[in-house]
Design a protein around this ligand. Structure first.
Ligand code: PTJ
Length: 261
C-alpha cells in the first residue's frame, strides 16, 4: 500500500481501508468492523469524500460544546482508534478531558489491546511539537490524558448486558460525550439520561445520526483533524443547534451528487 501515488484520487480512502485490514489481523477490531467501514465508505462516496460546509459547522459546534462542558469525555471504539486515534488524543489533550475505550463487541483482549495502543500513542505524541496555535507544555498535556474503560465500574441506565458497562469516571458522570460511530440504542439511552451526545456518522439516516444532539456527517479521520483545529481556535460559543437541518443538508448533498454522477 506504500506505493499509491499522491495523485491517486482515492489515496486516503485506500490507506484507511488498509489500516482497517491490518488492525483486523492484529485483533483490534470487531468481526463486523469491515462491514461498518464499508457502509461508511459508501456514504462517503455519495458525499463526495470531502468535509461539507455543513459538516464544518457541526464540527465547530462540537468543539464549542466540548469546551463549554463541565465533564466532557471522548468515547472511542475500535474503528475510531485505528482511523483517528492520534488526533483524538490531541483533542483530548487540548480539552484536558479523558478518553474512554467503550466498545460494542466487548472482550477483555480487545479492551487491553486498544487501551495499550492508546497509551503507546500518547508516549509518541508527547514527543512531538505542539499543534499549530496551541500554547503550553504539550508533553504534559498529552501525558495527562486519562485512558479509561478497562475498569467497568459505571452503568448506562436503560441498556442491558455488556452494552450498559462504562467507566464511572468517564461516560457515567459526563455531561457531554463525543462518541464517533455510535450505535443507535446507546445514543438514545445517553440522550435519555440528559447528556449531550455528539456523534460522527457518515450515514445521515442512521438512528444514531437522528437521535444525537449534534451529528457530524463526515469521515472520522477528516473530522478529527478539523476538530483539533477548531478546539485550539476556540472562537465560538455553543449555539441553538438545529440537528435535523444539518441532516437534511447532508441528504441534499447526496441527492445532488447522485444526479451528477
Ligand atoms: O469496536 P466496536 O466493538 O465498538 O465495534 C465498532 C463497530 C463500528 C463495528 C460497531 O459499532 C458497529 O457495528 O457499528 P454500525 O452499527 O455498523 O455503525 C457504524 C456507523 O458508522 C455506520 O452508520 C457507518 O456509516 C458509520 N461509519 C463507518 N465508518 C465511518 C463511519 N462514520 C464516520 N467515519 C467512518 N470512517
Amino acid at each position: 500500500m506504500g506505493n499509491i501515488p499522491d495523485s491517486h484520487p482515492r489515496k486516503a480512502s485506500l490507506l484507511s481501508r488498509q489500516r482497517i485490514v491490518d488492525a483486523t489481523k492484529d485483533g483490534f477490531l470487531a468481526d463486523s468492523a469491515m462491514i461498518a467501514h464499508g457502509r461508511g465508505e459508501a456514504f462517503d462516496y455519495l458525499l463526495g469524500e470531502k468535509t461539507s460546509d455543513s459538516a464544518k459547522l457541526a464540527i465547530k459546534e462540537v468543539a464549542a460544546r466540548l469546551i463549554a462542558a463541565k465533564k466532557p469525555v471522548i468515547s472511542v471504539n475500535g474503528n475510531t482508534v485505528v482511523l483517528a486515534g492520534k488526533n483524538i488524543i490531541r483533542v483530548a489533550a487540548v480539552l484536558n478531558c479523558p478518553i474512554e475505550v467503550n466498545i460494542y463487541y466487548r472482550t477483555e483482549d480487545r479492551m487491553e489491546k486498544l487501551n495499550s495502543f492508546l497509551e503507546k500513542q500518547k508516549e509518541l505524541l508527547s514527543q512531538e511539537n505542539s499543534p499549530e496555535g496551541w500554547k503550553g507544555d504539550w508533553s504534559s498535556a498529552v501525558m495527562s490524558v486519562k485512558i479509561l474503560g478497562k475498569v467497568g465500574d459505571g452503568r448506562i441506565e436503560g441498556l442491558d448486558g455488556p452494552r450498559s458497562v462504562c467507566s464511572a469516571e468517564g461516560i457515567e458522570r459526563a455531561d457531554v460525550i463525543l462518541v464517533p460511530l455510535e450505535d443507535g440504542d446507546r445514543c438514545e439511552a445517553l440522550v435519555n439520561l440528559g447528556k449531550q451526545v455528539l456523534v460522527v456518522d457518515l450515514n445521515p439516516l442512521s438512528r444514531t445520526a437522528k437521535m444525537a444532539t449534534v451529528t457530524i456527517v463526515d469521515e472520522i479521520s477528516r473530522a478529527a483533524e478539523l476538530l483539533l483545529e477548531y478546539t485550539i481556535k476556540n472562537d465560538q460559543m455553543p449555539t441553538k443547534w438545529n440537528n435535523n437541518g444539518i441532516l437534511n443538508e447532508a441528504l441534499e448533498i447526496i441527492a445532488t451528487n447522485s444526479r451528477t454522477i
